[in-house]
Design a protein around this ligand. Structure first.
Ligand SMILES: [Zn+2]
Length: 70
């Protein structure tokens, strides 16, 4: 009856997946602009290369965690 469900659950889940991907990408862009820093801007600790390659980050993991807590 409802045309909103015409594509079935799989189609809806797929669309949600794409929206989530986009949202994550946009959020990352908004938070992490530009190049990764080699050292944490907060405490000066070196940022592991694996972390810098995963995301363009400016803080070490502990500072990032603190910042995300607010
Ligand atoms: Zn730090």
């Amino acid at each position: 009856m409802s045309t909103a469900w015409a594509g079935g659950t799989d189609a809806i889940l797929e669309r949600m997946d794409k929206m989530t991907e986009l949202f994550v990408a946009e959020t990352r862009k908004a938070i992490y602009t530009g190049e990764s820093a080699t050292h944490c801007e907060e405490c000066g600790e070196p940022i592991p290369e694996a972390r810098r390659q995963a995301i363009a980050c400016k803080y070490c993991l502990s500072c990032q965690t603190e910042l995300e807590k607010g």
